[in-house]
Design a binder for this molecule. Structure first.
Ligand SMILES: [Zn+2]
Ligand SMILES: [Zn+2]
Length: 156
């Protein structure tokens, strides 16, 4: 039986609509390849490194994909705000509320790998105020807190 390769991970309608609305608003093109990379991140359910993402895409599309291509997709997705990069884990995760610009705080579970994205305006304001007191002009303030999530903390 010849069947075309499944080119994209299943992407729930909610996420597809978010991604499409986000790109339409910024007048950028969400190509099938960009959408496929995004779908893979959503489908994984946890942050992926660029190489994990490449491996998943290659497996699904049954072909070699140049790493640079995937890095470009990730750059695009980050620029439009659909994906965030976790510096401490060198991995990428889909934003939970890409409809507005924001700075993010993350709770990273070092046991199960689950990541919670928070959006605390209070913490954001505090960070900017502290920077201001130092005469520092921040352009981006990301907070990554590592530890154990509720489930993992209970089972230890
Ligand atoms: Zn976000
Ligand atoms: Zn956990």
């Amino acid at each position: 039986m010849t069947r075309g390769p499944a080119t994209s991970a299943p992407l729930p309608a909610k996420w597809r609509q978010l991604a499409e609305a986000c790109c339409a608003e910024q007048r950028v093109r969400l190509t099938p390849a960009r959408l496929a990379a995004y779908a893979e991140l959503i489908d994984a359910g946890h942050p992926l490194s660029a190489y994990e993402l490449i491996a998943l895409l290659e497996q699904r599309q049954k072909r070699k994909i140049a790493p640079l291509t995937v890095y470009r997709h990730l750059e695009f997705l980050m620029r439009v705000g659909l994906v965030h990069r976790l510096e401490s884990m060198q991995s990428y995760l889909p934003c939970e509320h890409p409809d507005h610009a924001h700075e993010s705080q993350y709770l990273l579970c070092s046991s199960c790998g689950q990541v919670d994205e928070l959006e605390s305006k209070r913490l954001e304001k505090l960070l900017h105020r502290i920077a201001d007191q130092h005469g520092f002009l921040p352009s981006n303030a990301v907070v990554e807190v590592t530890g154990l999530c509720g489930n993992c903390a209970q089972s230890t």
